[in-house]
Design a protein around this ligand. Structure first.
Ligand code: CP
Length: 310
């Protein structure tokens, strides 16, 4: 495996291999001395053309804990702001002899285009409304730690699905791992043509969160992405919180064993209440913690594992 561009490119065995390696990487997080020598001498550029807290920090930590040299770049502060094209920018970085670029970009498909231009490995750290594969892998890892094998488990993905790259990656990943998935959103935030999504089947669509919650093993709340809604948004924040938010009242609809996930950043009081975000059954911080281990596993598989390009 040379690149991680999309969950669509991975089969079930490749997903499980990354999740299984992450288990041993997670043990490293519990040690006093966390560094592994595996990627000594390798250089990884985290190139983020969009803001990030979790993904950028955890890829940087993952690289450092595997002894790689990691450098962070953003659109601001590079020659992108002087008008240098994306192609010239990434060819410039590639010519310095780096081993990997971790790319976040507002344009769907940008990481795949960059992978065609350069020699180094490319990791998609979120591209437009397309995919966020490392997020889906860490979400699957976290759900498996809590629920066990996901085969036959029922997961609801709820929220602003139109603008969500996390949705597409998670839907593909969960289906490949055998989970049943129900997508819940207001009609205005359900992606148009979702029934025809390529390479995914076996998911259902609902507009009734109260009816779905008692049936799930996990509910994944996704962020309302107001910054991507140029013409204002509907429902309003207040309407949204009442009709699709995971409120304190809705928490009581969940089965005793059911867990709550959210990839972050959260809009508290909008898609998720403080009661839900901070509940004992909330996996939000477990997801963040798993993010480092799963990203260490991704770096390992792309740069050092059997079948890696290096
Ligand atoms: N979940 C996620 O991608 O968060 P960041 O935007 O903070 O990286």
């Amino acid at each position: 495996m040379k690149h991680l561009l999309s969950i669509a490119d991975l089969d079930r065995e490749e997903i499980l291999a990354i999740l299984d390696t992450a288990i041993s990487m997670h043990e490293v997080q519990g040690r006093d001395v966390k560094k592994l020598p595996t990627l000594r001498g390798r250089t990884i550029i985290n190139f983020f053309f969009e803001d990030s807290t979790r993904t950028r920090a955890s890829f940087e930590i993952a690289g450092k804990w595997m002894s790689a040299d990691t450098i962070n770049l953003t659109g601001k502060g590079t020659s992108v702001s002087k008008g240098e094209s994306l192609r010239d920018t990434v060819l410039t970085i590639d010519a310095m002899g780096v081993d990997m670029m971790v790319i976040r970009h507002p344009a769907s498909g940008a990481p795949r285009q960059i992978a065609d231009w350069v020699d180094c490995s490319i990791v998609n750290a979120g591209d437009g409304t397309h995919e966020h594969p490392s997020q889906a892998l860490l979400d699957a890892y976290t759900l498996r730690r809590s629920l066990g094998d996901l085969d036959g488990r029922h997961v609801a993905i709820v929220g602003d699905l139109t603008h969500s790259r996390v949705l597409r990656s998670n839907l593909l990943c969960l289906r490949k791992l055998g989970a049943e998935v129900t997508l819940v959103a207001p009609p205005t935030l359900m992606p148009a043509g979702i029934a025809g999504w390529a390479s995914t089947d076996g998911f259902t669509v609902s507009y009734d969160l109260d009816a779905v919650l008692p049936t799930v093993d996990a509910v994944m709340m996704l962020r309302v992405q107001r910054e991507r809604m140029s013409g204002g948004y509907f429902p309003t924040a207040k309407e949204y919180a009442v009709t699709y938010g995971l409120t304190a009242r809705r928490l009581a609809l969940l089965q005793d064993h059911a867990v709550i996930a959210h990839p972050g950043p959260m809009n508290r009081g909008l898609e998720i209440s403080a009661e839900a975000a901070d509940a004992a059954r909330s996996l939000v911080l477990d997801q963040v913690s798993a993010g480092v281990a799963v990203r260490m596993s991704i770096l390992y598989h792309l740069l050092a594992g059997e079948g890696s390009a290096q």
